[in-house]
Design a protein around this ligand. Sequence first.
Ligand code: G6P
Ligand code: MG
Length: 216
Amino acid sequence: QIKAFLFDLDGVIVDTAIYHYQAWKRLATELGFDISEEFNEGLKGVSRMDSLDLILAHGGLTLPDEEKAKLADQKNEWYLELVSRMTPEAILPGVAMFFSQVRQAGLKTALGSVSKNAPLILERIGMTDAFDTIIDGTKISKGKPDPEVFTKGADELGVRPDECVVFEDAVAGVEAGKRGGMFVVGLGSPDVLRQADLVAPSLAELTVDEVLSKSK
Ligand code: G6P
Ligand code: MG
């Protein structure tokens, strides 16, 4: 029986995925190359340093650690500039309705994001209290596709992995949920999120009842 829903943040609750992409693209441009939207799919859900490593490899660059730390800081500065203007309007369509159904169904909720900025974003959109527990990038040692961020959430909620449904927009996040032994709802395109158990364009096209009946 499903007892908890675990949500990714970027691209599931709020439209920050686009800001991560814009900030990384700006960095790549400064380094003399470009990153496509298709390449960006592989960055979604991936930690800041792992993303930078993928981008540098894509541009054929090898840099010392101090230089990489500076670039990661620069990207985060640009990212924070973009999100500082964010308001509750940035909450994705369907989220409010879905969360009221989640509460009504008596399900527990966790946030499972590898972003170190997750608490700040939740604050900006006024959703800190929507979660029973928040697992963010400061609480884990391994990023997605490792399942740690979700298994930790399940542990804190006191539920087993097979009692959890994960909501994810990223290939790495879907893999993390599956590796954690959970039912995974992919939000996006079925062509991209091939490992997901169920795929919908966004939370706006789903009801809690539908998810519960399909994850049985
Ligand atoms: C999320 C996003 C990624 C981002 C990662 C780290 O998983 O989907 O695009 O790289 O968080 O975010 P941070 O805010 O810590 O740089
Ligand atoms: Mg995401």
